[in-house]
Design a protein around this ligand. Structure first.
Ligand code: ATP
Ligand code: MG
Length: 369
């Protein structure tokens, strides 16, 4: 998958902008506040119908505009091009169209255009709550295992039901048993997908990380959310009184985590900022490599302020890994010279200087106003 073109209207400081993207490397450079991150935000919105900067759509719709519209031409895996459009208006209404058809399920959109984001917030993968890492693992499950999404949704539904019975209901043993059986079956299925995904991810991640930086003793460890030696039905039965007192289920796949440790200590506690950035980049790049190796599909990399925290040598190594993946990359920086020598000569690199939400000095990709 790659985006051949992207049209943005009414997003932040971008009134209207049309970009013809290179199939590989696209660099957006410009001063602070010029609109570079907004361009990555546009691709994210086109892929997931949500921003990575805010959950409030009013904040990203350009002031005084009735709506924000993103339109892209996506090179489809089986050949050909699919037009994709996403529009959000000030009232919150969302319209998604793929190839002229209205799409109701956002999963269809996410499946079509997988994106990976690397920005300052991706440090949360190391220092944030387990929920951030579950989201990371589940990206892999979603894109690599067709049955994942239904197991994930069914687990969430059964868990919600169990929690509301714990909190408000009189928990009849037979009702509890029925919900527990449902939860256990789908949770074990979900755990199986997560386990298989992480088993495939670990060697790929370790190989890529070793190419980026030497970090002796760094390990990834999957925790499924309950004791590895006891079946979930037993864990739920034994924990029932505590669950009832707390009003929610304490153990289960909703507590799963992917622990990143160096010599047994949480990586966020001891690694430098630059080392942390390399670890999270290797994790995200490994996901793209696996998607390509196992499914023959590509994802688009959105990397905000790529030079931040990385010295020239590590910047170059990361660019080399991205280049080798042969995937589309959109990076931002304040000064494009930060990438001098980072890309090989035969890579098609398209530079987009951005000023005030428009393209500066570019007659081919000129903004349409
Ligand atoms: N809803 C909005 N309507 C109009 N302008 C907005 C809106 N939200 C944000 N802006 C402005 O849009 C601009 C785009 O910001 P963006 O974060 O894309 O810049 P940037 O080029 O990534 O800057 P930096 O180098 O500082 O990261 C900013 O000047 C911001 O003040
Ligand atoms: Mg920015």
């Amino acid at each position: 998958m790659s985006l051949q073109s992207l049209t943005i209207s009414g997003l932040r400081n971008i009134a209207s902008l049309q970009l013809v993207l290179a199939p590989r490397t696209n660099i957006f450079s410009g001063p602070n506040g010029s609109g570079k991150t907004s361009i990555l935000e546009a691709v994210h919105l086109l892929s997931l119908a949500r921003s990575f900067r805010t959950s409030k759509y009013k904040h990203y719709i350009r002031h005084e505009e009735p709506h924000c519209t993103l339109f892209g031409r996506v090179a489809a895996p089986e050949g050909g091009v699919l037009p994709v459009g996403v529009q959000r208006d000030q009232g919150g209404t969302l319209k998604v169209r793929i190839a002229g058809e209205t799409v109701e399920s956002l999963a269809t959109l996410a499946e079509l255009l997988p994106v990976q984001l690397i920005n300052a917030d991706t440090f949360a993968l190391l220092e944030g709550s387990p929920g951030v890492r579950r989201q990371f693992m589940d990206w892999g499950g979603f894109h690599l295992e067709p049955r994942f999404f239904s197991a994930w949704k069914a687990t969430r539904r059964a868990l919600k039901q169990r929690n509301s019975l714990l909190k408000y209901g009189k928990l009849e043993p037979s009702v509890r048993a029925a919900w527990d059986a449902q939860l256990v079956a789908r949770a074990e299925e979900l755990d199986g997908y997560r386990t298989r995904y992480i088993e495939a991810l670990i060697p790929c991640f370790e190989r890529l990380l070793a190419e980026l930086v030497e970090l002796e003793g760094l390990r990834l460890q999957y925790y499924r959310g309950w004791d590895r030696n006891r079946p979930l039905d037993q864990v739920l039965a034994e924990g029932l009184e505590r669950d009832r007192a707390q009003g929610f289920t304490q153990q289960g796949p909703q507590r799963a985590d992917l622990r990143v440790k160096v010599g047994g200590v949480a990586a966020a506690e001891i690694l430098s900022r630059g080392q942390q950035k390399l670890v999270v980049s290797a994790l995200k790049v490994a996901q793209g490599y696996l998607l390509k190796e196992l499914m023959g599909r590509h994802c688009i990399y959105l990397i905000d302020d790529l030079p931040a925290e990385l010295d020239a040598q590590h910047r170059q190594r990361l660019c080399m890994l991205l280049e080798r993946m042969n995937t589309q990359v959109l990076v931002t920086c304040t000064d494009a010279s930060a990438f001098a020598g980072c890309w090989s000569n035969d890579t098609d690199v398209q530079e987009f200087p951005i000023r005030d939400g428009k393209l500066a000095n570019n007659p081919v990709n000129g903004s349409k106003e």
